[in-house]
Design a protein around this ligand. Structure first.
Ligand code: PNS
Length: 167
């Protein structure tokens, strides 16, 4: 692997949609690393709420004022993408013990594939430990309130999604 450029960290995920838990992790990472690249995985679900391009647009809108937060889509192997972008770390959020097994497996598989790439785990603020994109979509679809759980921009985008419906 070529030498990493500066201290670029990649925060990969589906972000369908971006939650306040994701925002919390991105802000924490932006303090720790020179640059943080939010990497939106293309084609996660057969029927995502937002297209990858929409998810990128949302992240861009939310972090417009943060010079060191960038966003783009990626597909294929994460380690290959990290190699191309010359990243030195992958950031992942850990909410609860239940996240641990999946995250541990992924981190070790990624290390097996690329030993020089570190995975850094960060804990979101306690009030976001129960948040997940899946639950946000479900609550919203069933008419529940998602204010305070996602950035206002996400709420706005969700309201304009005919598939989800206007509350
Ligand atoms: O937010 P998510 O859906 O939990 O993110 C999962 C993600 C995107 C980090 C993971 O699925 C991933 O890295 N996918 C890219 C394909 C890959 O590299 N798979 C092997 C991982 S060990």
């Amino acid at each position: 692997m070529t030498a990493p450029s500066g201290r670029l960290a990649i925060f990969p995920g589906s972000f369908d949609p971006l939650t306040n838990g994701h925002v919390d992790i991105i802000l924490r990472s932006a303090h720790l690393f020179e640059r943080i690249l939010v990497a939106v995985l293309v084609n996660t679900e057969k029927q995502p709420l937002f297209t990858a391009e929409e998810r990128v647009e949302i992240v861009r809108e939310v972090f417009r004022e943060y010079q060191n937060v960038e966003v783009e889509t990626f597909d294929g192997l994460l380690v290959e993408y990290a190699r191309r972008r010359r990243a030195s770390a992958i950031v992942r959020g850990l909410r609860a013990v239940s996240d641990f097994e999946y995250e541990f497996q992924m981190a070790l598989m990624n290390r097996h594939l690329e030993p020089t790439l570190e995975t850094v785990f960060m804990m979101p603020a306690e009030q976001y430990t129960y948040l997940s994109s899946r639950l946000i979509k479900e609550v919203f679809r069933l008419g529940g309130e998602v204010r305070g759980l996602v950035p206002p921009a996400v709420e706005r985008w969700m309201r304009h999604k005919p598939a989800v419906g206007v509350k």
